[in-house]
Ligand binder design. Structure first.
Ligand code: GLP
Length: 253
């Protein structure tokens, strides 16, 4: 496994998705073991699913205990009910929570059925602040460089809020739905400010379709049109890539 350091970023290049997931699980597990009351920031999507499988296996083998862990999720579609099997609420329950010994009363996901989204968003940010901040935030990345659902824009949104999804994100995520018209056009997302307040960040990316966004995240100008580039300003970032996602970055060094 190759390891390179660029600015504040500790970058690991693994051979494939499985090795990426195992390395990520090692890093996340170290935080859960080291903190008395660990606070994780969780992501959804195809990328972290393998990491969650590894964490489930470690929990079942008695290697890691989640009983004192709290977790905040980055985002949720809007509008969507918790019961919908396309909701991130459902994703987290099926892919992680129901398989590990986490107290689900300490897991928080923006409510995609909230009537007063502004109130819901403010309460979410307050909850994150009140816990003292996220110890480790897990991030994927969109092909357009988005993190959570913070899409390319003219500024970096700071707070949790409702946003419109771009056409490219709707197309990317259509693979999880029967029909592209079923993909919600909006979402509630943690803002970039809240993400940047996390003590540590771990970003995962797998596959050639992420290669350009990863190169720009690490080496490009920091700009809101490529939201993940803001990570260059964070003090403690680990990026775990597979070879396909690392290709453009490695060719530019
Ligand atoms: C979604 C999520 C992001 C995620 C991204 C990539 O839009 N809101 O948090 O990082 O897509 O998803 P995937 O891992 O499936 O490629």
């Amino acid at each position: 496994m190759q390891n390179i350091k660029i600015l504040n970023m500790d970058i690991y290049i693994t051979k494939d998705y499985d090795e990426m997931s195992k390395k990520a699980a090692e890093v996340v597990a170290s935080v859960v073991k080291e903190k008395e009351n660990p606070i994780l920031g969780l992501a959804t999507g195809g990328t972290p699913a393998g990491l969650y499988k590894e964490l489930i296996a470690m929990n079942k083998a008695g290697e890691i205990d989640f009983s004192k862990t709290s977790a905040f999720n980055l985002d949720e579609y809007y509008p969507i009910s918790k019961e919908s099997d396309q909701s991130y609420y459902y994703f987290m329950r099926e892919n992680l929570f129901k398989h590990i010994n986490i107290d689900t009363d300490k897991t928080y996901i923006p409510d995609g059925s909230a009537e007063d989204v502004e109130k819901e968003s403010e309460a979410f940010d307050k909850l994150v602040r009140d816990t003292g901040g996220v110890d480790m935030q897990i991030l994927g990345i969109g092909t357009n460089g988005h993190i959570a659902f913070n899409e390319p824009a003219d500024n970096f949104p700071t707070k949790t809020q409702k946003v419109n999804l771009t056409e490219s994100t709707i197309e990317d995520n259509a693979r999880f739905f029967d029909n592209i018209d079923d993909v919600p056009k909006e979402a509630i997302t943690m803002g970039i400010g809240t993400i940047m307040n996390s003590k540590r960040i771990i970003m995962l990316a797998s596959g050639a379709n992420k290669a350009e966004a990863i190169k720009e995240t690490v080496l490009g100008n920091v700009r809101p049109q490529l939201p993940a580039s803001i990570l260059q300003f964070h003090k403690d970032v680990t990026i775990i890539l597979d070879e396909a996602a690392a290709k453009d970055l490695l060719e530019s060094l």
